[in-house]
Design a protein around this ligand. Structure first.
Ligand code: TXA
Ligand code: MG
Length: 333
């Protein structure tokens, strides 16, 4: 793949990692793979770099960012952990879990990155490339998913280029991201609550806590025009392909695209404009890994509608169904 002017595309060798760290230190924006999706990284303490990041994404500034760090020791310099948070960090870090916690005294994260809140979202990614960049940079990196605001998250470098060509200084190309869906977000401010289902299934989180997760604050509908959502990141319309989605489709109308799941295709699949299967074997882990790239590919087919077969709600199915609902609401018919 050829990099466009203004965006350098590098591999994952030691020189690339060093270049990424230097770029971040100079206030640049670096897209890099995590185990969930590609992140668009900036120096968390550099408010000018963070402002550039919001600008590059076209993201409303009230939507705060996740600070990524190498380990729980580094996370404790940013945020206060209660017993539940400590247990979840021990169980799932490094990995696809983000904790929303009260900011620690002297937290170095730029106010702009936390949207002026007194809480901060922190995550220790498991992906070796993310870990190497964090270690080389030596400080927290804020990184939203490396897509234009409102688009589906990128699971490959090609997706990052499609959205952020010329808007990101450097892309570290580590191939497809293994989990394929964003981290689960749990707020540990009082009773732990699941703010966003994601790469760690609810069941696993509840097992580690020894009790059910609390209800999250009510999702806010982006189209309702509310300026400051009570629960940032719960904007109802998000992850939007341009093509309308029809969920839980039992059949396919001629000309529709089909996002399938499992071995038995919906009736009429042979008349579909294009068919992609999240997992022919019905495996939710494989389905999560394929979700965003299949949505992008089917969107490109320019069909009048994408029919989506039912996906079970258990395990990663909760996060997959959450993203499908948001994609449906966010589509611009
Ligand atoms: O897997 C992931 O989490 C990826 C990779 C790159 O780490 N990142 C990601 O970031 O998905 P982003 O910015 O696309 O989503 C982070 C979500 C946003 O919806 C934001 O509103 C929410 O986290 N968030 C951040 N700080 C928060 C806070 N203090 N309270 C509540 N929600 C917060
Ligand atoms: Mg995102």
């Amino acid at each position: 793949m050829t990099a466009p002017p203004g965006t350098r595309l590098l591999g994952t060798d030691a020189a690339a990692i060093e270049a990424a760290a230097q770029c971040l230190a100079a206030g640049g924006l670096v897209a890099f793979p995590t185990e969930t999706v590609y992140g668009l990284g900036a120096d968390a303490a550099d408010s000018r770099a963070v402002a550039r990041l919001y600008e590059a994404k076209g993201r409303p500034a009230f939507n705060p960012l996740i600070a990524h760090v190498t380990d729980v020791g580094a996370a404790r310099k940013l945020a206060r952990f209660d017993a539940d948070a400590g247990r979840l960090a021990e169980e799932f870090w490094p990995g696809p879990l983000t904790l929303v916690l009260p900011k620690a005294e002297g937290c170095p994260i730029a106010e702009l990155a936390t949207a002026g809140l007194d809480t901060v979202a922190v995550r220790v990614p498991r992906h070796a490339v993310a870990q190497n960049i964090l270690a080389a940079f030596g400080k927290p990196i804020v990184a939203p998913s490396a897509n234009r605001s409102g688009h589906v998250s990128p699971t490959q470098t090609a997706h990052v280029l499609a959205d952020l060509r010329g808007r990101v200084d450097l892309i570290v190309d580590g191939g497809a991201t293994p989990v394929g869906i964003e981290s689960s977000i749990v707020a540990c401010i009082g009773e732990p609550a699941l703010l966003r289902p994601g790469g760690v299934p609810r069941e696993a989180i509840e097992r580690a806590l020894g009790r059910p997760l609390a209800q999250p604050p009510r999702p806010v509908d982006a189209t309702a025009g509310s300026a400051a959502p009570a629960a940032p990141g719960m904007l109802a319309a998000h992850y939007a392909p341009r093509t309308p989605l029809r969920l839980d489709a039992g059949g396919v109308a001629p000309g529709e695209a089909l996002l399938a799941f499992g071995p038995r295709l919906a009736a009429g699949a042979d008349r579909a404009a294009r068919v992609l299967n999240l997992s022919p074997g019905g495996d939710l882990i494989e389905a999560a890994a394929n979700l965003f790239s299949h949505l992008r590919s089917l969107d490109a087919a320019a069909a009048p509608c994408i029919a989506v077969m039912p996906v079970p709600h258990s395990g990663l199915g909760e996060a997959i169904n959450d993203r499908l609902q948001r994609a449906r609401r966010g589509a611009t018919p």
